[in-house]
Design a protein around this ligand. Structure first.
Ligand SMILES: *Cc1c(COP(=O)(O)O)cnc(C)c1O
Length: 461
């Protein structure tokens, strides 16, 4: 399988290249050159597999033997998910009218671990083979940074630098990053918003010579590997709920940058009979776009109890427009460059109609989120996190639980409930802070570059 950019200039790159890529050089995002279609018979054969076996089968459609030998891929899956708290990797909590799929049993208690761990292991595999080292640069306001750190800490060919906005992450989210003391990890607490963080990182990536010399790369939600791994849990949810492969299952997804739900969309394109609901918090750019066709940047990000969904733009919508327009790269380029220059664009009506067939939407206000957590607790004696509440409050057949309630005790306690205490989170409370601080100012680019050089020099000793 080869991969091409949504903007049509970068074509036919290898899986290895997509592993190390965020955006393509033409500004677009990578997708496979075709989406394999599964028959009902194919689906029947996948029905009773374990999560790891199912992942092996789904990933094999995109990861060919000459890129990563099947046995190595198996090893990568087992190693990536070996430290998950549940042997099944994901669990389904089922009540009378709803199934809640828990994707949060990884080391940072959020669903991003599922894909990020695989991405880290795939990077390590290719780097070791080529005797190379890279430095990953991540700006984060939520779960991405901790998940990326957990995915690569201790790996011999990868360094990581994470910038987080001081005081803007939830306390546990911040502690998961600042408490790490590993020689290939550096964390900066930056005084500023998550948008401010993007500036030094963008500028650093803008210095092409520096990027090449120091092999900088990212692990953001644009990365194809992350989307590919997120296809798997839709298949798993479907087989857990559907009685036969003729049935259609509705799955509601807490939505931010549309990375998770793009996995669902690709599962659907592969022939899985599912309906998808894109669930947003008050940062509802995705829901508005699907309803009206107008894609308009948020002037200001609203702080909500579900911070990992507080985004200004759902980057992965570019993939959806590309696939729904039958890979019309000219149209994608026109819409996206218009959006980039003006902060808004309009999806043509024929594509919007298709989009509305694929995605339902649902928007949860801050108070909807809190009352849903309360209601689910009162009815089922079961706690959900604020992100998960955006999906559960739609009362779907299946709701995806993207994080553990243990990660957001402040929200749970604010409505008078008791947050679960887990050994890992309890330990974090007293952890030492190993992060450095950074003030946005004239020399932040220098500080960042210096940090890259510092990590590199440790590697070469
Ligand atoms: C990242 C994240 C989301 C949003 O996922 P996207 O792929 O960005 O749409 C939702 N919930 C939690 C807990 C997250 O960490």
């Amino acid at each position: 399988m080869k991969f091409s950019s949504t903007r049509g200039i970068v074509k036919d790159v290898s899986l290895e290249q997509t592993v190390f890529s965020g955006y393509a050089l033409d500004g677009g995002i990578f997708l496979p050159n075709f989406i394999p279609k599964l028959t009902k018979e194919n689906l029947e054969l996948l029905r009773n597999l374990s999560y790891v076996e199912l992942a092996e089968e789904i990933l094999s459609y995109y990861v060919e033997n000459d890129q990563i030998p099947k046995e190595v891929l198996k090893g990568i899956l087992r190693k990536s998910w070996g430290n998950f708290a549940k042997d099944n990797i994901v669990e389904m909590a089922s009540f009378d009218n709803i199934h809640i799929m828990e994707l949060f049993h990884g080391p940072t208690l959020a669903f991003k671990d599922l894909a990020m761990r695989i991405l880290g292991q795939m990077m390590q595999y290719f780097l070791a083979r080529n005797e190379k080292t890279v430095t990953v640069l991540v700006g984060t306001s939520g779960d991405t940074g901790s998940s990326a750190i957990e995915a690569v800490k201790g790996l011999s060919n990868i360094n990581i630098i994470v910038l987080l906005p001081k005081g803007k992450c939830s306390p546990l989210q911040a502690l998961q990053m600042t408490s790490v003391n590993e020689k290939n990890v550096l964390v900066f607490e930056v005084e500023g918003t998550s948008d401010d963080l993007d500036r030094p990182i963008k500028e650093c990536f803008g210095d092409v010579k520096f990027v090449e010399e120091n092999s900088l790369c990212s692990m953001n939600s644009i990365n194809w590997i992350r989307i590919m791994v997120q296809v798997v849990h839709y298949f798993y949810a479907y087989f857990k709920v559907a009685k036969n492969v003729d049935e259609t299952v509705e799955i509601a997804v807490p939505n931010g940058a549309m990375g998770n739900i793009t996995g669902g969309f690709i599962a659907q394109q592969m022939g899985l009979p599912i309906n998808l609901v894109a669930c947003t918090n008050e940062n509802d750019i995705t829901a508005k776009c699907i309803k009206t066709g107008d894609l308009v940047v948020m002037d200001e990000i609203i702080m909500t109890p579900a911070p990992s969904m507080d985004i200004s733009f759902p980057y992965n919508i570019e993939r959806i427009i590309y696939l729904l327009s039958n890979r019309d790269t000219k149209l994608v380029t026109k819409l996206m460059t218009e959006f980039e220059s003006k902060g808004k664009t309009t999806i043509p009506s024929c594509i919007l109609e298709r989009m509305q067939k694929v995605f339902l939407t649902s928007t949860a206000s801050n108070s909807n989120i809190l009352s849903c957590i309360q209601e689910v607790h009162d009815r089922y004696n079961y706690l959900i996190c604020p992100h998960t509440a955006t999906a559960v409050c739609k009362h779907p057949q299946v709701a995806i639980a993207t994080a553990s309630p243990a990660k957001f005790p402040e929200v749970i306690e604010s409505i008078g409930l008791r947050a679960p205490i887990m050994e890992t989170t309890a330990k974090l409370r007293s952890a030492k802070n190993y992060a450095r601080s950074m003030k946005l100012g004239e020399n932040w680019l220098e500080i960042l570059k210096q940090a890259v050089l510092e990590l590199n020099s440790k590697k070469s000793i």
